[in-house]
Design a protein. Structure first.
Length: 184
């Protein structure tokens, strides 16, 4: 949506969310607990991709001091290719992805601007927009550009990711509209 040339902040176009941990912080591989989400960006969304690339470049240039004054040859970058890195996952086919995280809980709203407080309302597989910020890091010998998670707007539901079946599907053969409610 918007990104000025002098900003490391990007508001994405329509994306899909995966590995959503936005209600409770989670430790990934023993790291510090953080709120996080994987943002899947359609490769056809050239506006969002260009905005991200500009923001990453600016974060790289402004973060040179963290890299001892010189940009490393093997600088880790946050925009990753789902076709290459997650080739066994159909959900990542034709997508780029970014893992974004934050120490503080991200703002989470629906399309009407109302806060989402029910954890069942936002899940891996739904769609929306994300506000993210890129910054340089130099930690334990790793140097690169990371993606901070600011806010999320959910715009629509999607098929839940993660292989978990919906209860309605598991029990479809047993559900009947004609049966009396046993509580009545």
């Amino acid at each position: 949506m918007t990104n000025t040339n002098d900003s490391t902040k990007v508001i994405t176009g329509r994306v899909r969310f995966s590995y959503a941990h936005v209600f409770e912080p989670t430790s990934i591989n023993g790291s510090e607990e953080k709120y996080s989400v994987s943002i899947l960006i359609d490769k056809k969304d050239t506006k969002t991709i260009t905005d991200i690339e500009k923001a990453v470049e600016l974060a790289t240039q402004t973060g040179v001091s963290k890299f001892s004054g010189k940009i490393p040859a093997k600088l880790k970058k946050p925009l990753r290719d789902g076709d290459e890195e997650r080739e066994d996952d159909e959900n990542y086919k034709g997508k780029y992805f970014i893992n974004a995280n934050a120490k503080t809980r991200p703002g989470l709203i629906d399309i009407n601007g109302r806060a989402i407080i029910d954890p069942t309302e936002f899940y891996s597989g739904c769609y929306g927009y994300a506000s993210i910020t890129f910054y340089a890091f130099n930690s334990n010998g790793n140097k690169g550009i990371a993606c901070g998670l600011n806010n999320i707007m959910k715009t629509e539901d999607g098929e839940p990711l993660g292989g978990r079946a919906k209860a309605e599907d598991d029990f479809a053969d047993f559900i009947s509209e004609d049966k009396d409610d046993f509580l009545d």
